[in-house]
Design a protein around this ligand. Structure first.
Ligand code: GGG
Length: 361
């Protein structure tokens, strides 16, 4: 029986529209080689262009339109700036994450041979870890308000939210992941010296969870020194778990140390599979390069590989397709066409085509 994956493809804004076709090109190549079928449904909503016509980022019936899809493959959101960034993000990506309960945001970070690593003396293997970002609560809230707006007495309050349910499930996922890996090393981002209520509590949740995983080596690090060590001692890290905002920052910083965030993929997971998961590059819409066909499509393509792996639970053709895509990415970064962020002069589609050709072989 042929496996069919029903995928909603949502390109979104800016370079999302340039990298999405390359992601789909590689998925199609993988489907023809590894014998699965793709049923693609493309949507133009969850974009600022759609907002300009409809006054909102997504249609009211967006969930009905996505009924039956196995996963969402997403480009980027935000731009043109006529839609404020918080409106575009809350109206699209954050809606998916919350309403589909995608509470894990998995963001692998890897140095590839041939990538222009800005850290002196680093070699392949020195940077190879995964950031597990809490994805539905924490510092990302719309709770708070403004008092005495526009006066000298103006007061702004922005609340963070940490629930026991939310913290425990992301910590458990990270402990399980660390336990399944060879190094069994888990770094937990905190800031319990300065953020005096939620972070000591987060540390206590970590300590309680750690008792169930005696084989995992746990290292709690304040976010400031953790950022410094991402640059100075990246080989220390294996699995890193962090709250929503800290995880967002770490998962841009980490890829930057590998030469470009144009490589960084992410998987927004509902591990229980009650809802579709969403796969997207870490980067945003990059208006500064949009239209020049120089966006690196590899983050989008690698995100597609993570999607196939997740959909097949790391088994059979999905795992084989994932591995073939990652191998093709490795080869193309080493010796194929490269976009300018990797020091080359290739166009987005040259890179996508080179990876697709190799996946087909
Ligand atoms: N590729 C998705 C995208 O557009 N990300 C831009 C962004 O600002 N994301 C914020 C977040 O991941 O929380």
């Amino acid at each position: 029986m042929i496996n069919t994956f029903r995928i909603a493809a949502i390109a979104g804004d800016g370079i999302g529209k340039e990298v999405m076709p390359e992601g789909l090109r590689v998925l199609r190549a993988a489907a023809s080689r590894f014998g699965f079928a793709l049923e693609l449904r493309e949507f133009d909503w969850a974009s600022c262009d759609w907002y300009a016509q409809h006054g909102q980022m997504m249609p009211d019936d967006w969930k009905e339109q996505l009924a039956g899809v196995d996963a969402v493959y997403f480009g980027a959101v935000g731009w043109p700036a006529t839609v404020p960034d918080n409106v575009s993000l809350w109206g699209s990506l954050l809606k998916f994450r919350r309403e589909f309960d995608q509470y894990i945001n998995l963001r692998p970070v890897r140095l590839f041979e041939g990538a222009p690593c800005p850290l002196a003396g680093r070699k392949v293997g020195d940077i190879d870890y995964v950031v597990v970002r809490e994805n539905t609560e924490g510092e990302y809230t719309n709770l708070g308000g403004v008092m005495f707006a526009g006066t000298e007495r103006e007061i702004v309050i922005q609340e963070s939210v940490f629930s026991r349910h939310g913290a425990d499930r992301v910590l458990r996922y990270a402990f399980e992941l660390a336990n399944s890996r060879q190094r069994k090393a888990l770094t937990v981002a905190t800031k319990s010296n300065g953020i005096a209520i939620s972070m000591p509590w987060w540390d206590a949740r970590t300590d309680e969870m750690a008792r169930q995983y005696p084989d995992v080596r746990v290292d709690k690090q304040h976010i400031d020194i953790l950022c410094a060590r991402f640059v100075l001692q990246p080989q220390r890290f294996d699995v890193v778990v962090a709250t929503n905002l800290f995880g967002d920052i770490l998962s841009d910083l980490g890829p930057a140390t590998t030469g470009t965030i144009g490589l960084a993929p992410s998987a927004n997971l509902n591990p229980e599979r009650q809802f579709p998961s969403l796969f997207e590059p870490v980067h945003g819409s990059a208006p500064d390069i949009y239209g020049r066909r120089i966006a690196n499509p590899i983050a989008m393509i690698w995100s597609g590989a993570l999607m196939l792996d997740f959909l097949t639970q790391g088994q059979g053709s999905g795992r084989a397709a994932h591995d073939a895509i990652v191998r093709a990415i490795e080869d193309v970064i080493r010796s194929g066409p490269r976009t300018p962020d990797l020091g080359g002069d290739a166009h987005t589609e040259d890179v996508g085509q080179a990876i697709a050709n190799q996946v087909k072989e």
